[in-house]
Design a protein around this ligand. Structure first.
Ligand code: UDP
Length: 329
């Protein structure tokens, strides 16, 4: 039996595939390579280049392989783009989930681990954020992921399917060996953008607002190492294998770091001075996003191993300095 990883050529997907293969799991990947990279596809996995919105593609995969469970990463994930083009997000993210679940029902595959996001909460009602807190997404990306969770919830009640939804906070870092890492076009995330300064690809990093009600005036985020996220998917898979019921879990370290603290840590890790400029606030950015991951610790026995931001940035730096142009390097 194999694990089908939808979006296994993407950032978190490729790192999870690596962790699955290390555990001796058989892995089948489907990815349309719209944002994923062929170079990130692990050669030890069976790879289908295709779109999960195509029922014919899924039919072929489910017929040719004995799929035990699905781990689903295949989605668009740029907040700004989702505001500009919401229909792209509802078509690809929501539409993909629908076709995928239809195929799972048809082929009797009853377990799915889903890549969700803290963006489902929107402006938090309290810090740290718990899974029971209100979900009011402030952009179509977060809304699409929340709808996908709701679709899974209804389907799990009607059909014999159980799901785990993992709401990540700020994913960062790379595989320690530096073989795979983060490569987005356009890049919008703080840590890779900061590292473009010492790489000579960017003159400075703009800090999006220093007038927030936080200790140094810049936003606090909860950064979590991508390999800790990968580990959580394996724990979630085993939880479902052991009969666990459908659940939603936050994945974060429970600690907030400010934009300025991350820049300081990046200077320490790279040994270079990083030039900064203060810009205006980015629309829709909450002052703080910090997870309570107590539920994942209690039920999945998940605790982040790489909890220092220096380690997260050091692994990201190891990837970026050896791949300054990403996978094209
Ligand atoms: N940020 C920034 N400058 C940038 C990119 C991001 O100051 O060029 C800030 C952003 O406002 C947020 C934090 O860095 O407070 C993390 O942003 P990112 O886009 O990495 O993740 P998000 O929290 O939006 O998911």
């Amino acid at each position: 039996m194999a694990i089908l990883v939808c979006g296994g050529a993407g950032y978190i997907g490729s790192h999870t595939v690596h962790a699955l293969l290390e555990r001796g799991e058989k892995v089948v990947i489907v990815d349309n390579l719209q944002t994923g990279h062929l170079e990130a596809v692990n050669p030890a996995a069976i790879f289908y280049m295709g779109d999960i919105r195509s029922d014919a593609t899924l039919e072929k995969i489910f017929t040719e392989n004995q799929i035990e469970a699905v781990i689903h990463f295949a989605a668009n994930s740029l907040v700004g783009e989702s505001v500009q083009n919401p229909l792209k997000y509802f078509n690809n993210n929501v539409g993909g989930m629908q076709v995928l679940l239809e195929a799972m029902v048809k082929f009797g595959v009853d377990k799915i681990v889903f890549s969700s996001t803290a963006a489902t909460y929107g402006e938090p009602e309290k810090i740290p954020i718990s899974e029971t807190d209100a979900t009011n997404p402030t952009n179509p990306y977060g809304e699409s992921k929340l709808i996908m969770e709701k679709i899974m919830r209804w389907v799990s009640r009607a059909n014999d399917i159980r799901f785990v939804s993992l709401r990540y906070f700020n994913a960062a870092g790379a595989l320690e060996s530096g073989e795979i890492g983060e490569d987005h076009t356009p890049e919008t995330h703080l840590i890779p953008l900061i590292l473009q300064v010492p790489l000579g690809k960017r003159d400075h990093i703009t800090i999006f607002g220093d007038d927030y009600p936080t200790p140094d005036g810049t936003c606090l985020r909860d950064y979590v190492h991508v390999m800790d996220l990968a580990e959580a998917h394996i724990l979630a898979l085993n939880y479902l294998r052991n009969g666990g019921s459908s659940e939603i879990f936050n994945l974060g370290s429970g600690r907030g770091f400010s934009v300025k603290e991350i820049i300081n840590a990046a200077e320490k890790v790279t040994g270079r001075k990083i030039k900064t400029e203060i810009g205006t606030r980015r629309v829709g950015d909450p002052a703080q996003l910090i997870a309570s991951a107590d539920k994942a610790t209690k039920i999945l026995s998940w605790t982040p191993k790489f909890s220092s931001v220096e380690k997260i940035i050091a692994d990201a730096w190891n990837w970026h300095k050896n791949h300054p142009a990403g996978y094209k390097s």
